[in-house]
Design a protein around this ligand. Sequence first.
Ligand SMILES: NC(=O)c1ccc[n+]([C@@H]2O[C@H](COP(=O)([O-])OP(=O)(O)OC[C@H]3O[C@@H](n4cnc5c(N)ncnc54)[C@H](OP(=O)(O)O)[C@@H]3O)[C@@H](O)[C@H]2O)c1
Length: 333
Amino acid sequence: MKALILSAADRPLEIRDVEIPALSEPDAVLVRLEAAALNRRDYYISKGLYAKIQYPIILGSDGCGIAVAGHSEWLNKEVVINPSFDWGENIAAQSTRFSILGMPRNGTLAEYVAVPADRLRAKPKHLSAVQAAALPLAGVTAYRAVMTQGGCCAGQTVLITGIGGGVALFALQFANAVGAKVFCTSGSNEKLEKAETIGAIGTANYRNENWDKQLLEQTGGFDLIIDGAGGEQMNSLLSLCKPGGSVVSYGATLGAVKNLNLHRIFWKQIRLQGSTMGTDADFDAMLAFAERHDIMPTVDNVYSFDNATDAFARMEQGQQFGKIVVNISNGKF
Ligand SMILES: NC(=O)c1ccc[n+]([C@@H]2O[C@H](COP(=O)([O-])OP(=O)(O)OC[C@H]3O[C@@H](n4cnc5c(N)ncnc54)[C@H](OP(=O)(O)O)[C@@H]3O)[C@@H](O)[C@H]2O)c1
C-alpha cells in the first residue's frame, strides 16, 4: 500500500510502498481509508518537535474509511476512528498508557490502517468521508474543552482564540449550537470575517494593539474562554475573564507564560482548567452532538494523496481556516 512515511529525524516525509498492516491484535479491523485529516501534532512530529518520536512512522490521527477485514460487526461499513487509545478509568484525566493514533501506532496517512474494533464508530450520516475525517481529534478536543470542562450553556458570553485553528472552529460551532454568545480572535481579518459567517457575533484581531480592550468594550468580559495559543497573551485572557469565570486551555502554540498573573486568578476566582482530547464518552457525545446539530466541519483545503506533503506545507504557512484534509482514495466529496 501507499503510505506517507517519516523514516528518520533528518528525512522529509515521503510516500512509499509498504506492507498492508497485519491484523495482529485479536479484535483488529483493517480500514481502507477514504480520507485523513491533519492536526498540528502531525506537523510538530514531522519537524521533530514532539516528545519520544519513533521512526519509521506513518502519521495521521484522523481518518474515515471502510472496514474491509477483521471483526465482522464493522465489515463493509463506513467508519470514523476514535484516535484516543487507553484513556483509562479516570474520566478527569488520561492514564499514563494513553496514546494517540499516528505515533507510536501507525496512523491514517496511508491506504490502510489497522485498529482495534472498539476504536470504530459509524460515520455520521450527514457528512461526506472528507468532512467526517476532519472531525475526530479536533472535534473531541473542542467538545471536551467547551462542554465537559467548560460547561458551556445558553446565554454565556464565550471567547474562542485563534479561530483559524481546527479545534477553535469546532469550539465556535459547538458553543454556538448550545446558544452561547460567541466571540473570537484571529491574526487575520479575513478569517474573522469568515468566522462571522458561521456564527461569531464579535471579533478582534490579536495583532492589533488594543484587541483585548476592544473585546472588553464589546462584552464587559467573558464567562468562558477557550484557548489553544497560551503564551504571554494568557494574562490578557485572565483580564478578559469575568470574576468567577473559566479559562480552558487545550494548547500552547505560543509556548509557556513566563509571568502568569496569579493575582488575577485568585482575586477574580477564575477557574483555569486544562483539557486534552477526551474520553470515549466525550467522543461518542461529540459524534451525537454533531449529528443532532448538523455540525459541518470547516474544511480548509483537500489534497490528493500524491500531494500530501503540500498539506503539511499549508499547515506550516498558518494560512488555513479549518481542517486540512487528504483525500486518500481520490473519492468525490
Ligand atoms: N490538548 C489537546 O488534546 C490538543 C488537541 C489538538 C490540538 N492541540 C493544540 O492546540 C493548538 C491548536 O491546534 P490546532 O490543531 O487547532 O491547530 P491549527 O489548526 O494548526 O491552528 C493553530 C491556530 O493557532 C492560532 N494562533 C496562532 N497565533 C495565535 C495567537 N497569537 N493568538 C491566538 N491564536 C493564535 C492560529 O489562529 P489564526 O490563524 O486564527 O490567527 C492558528 O489557526 C496546538 O498547539 C495543538 O498542539 C491540543
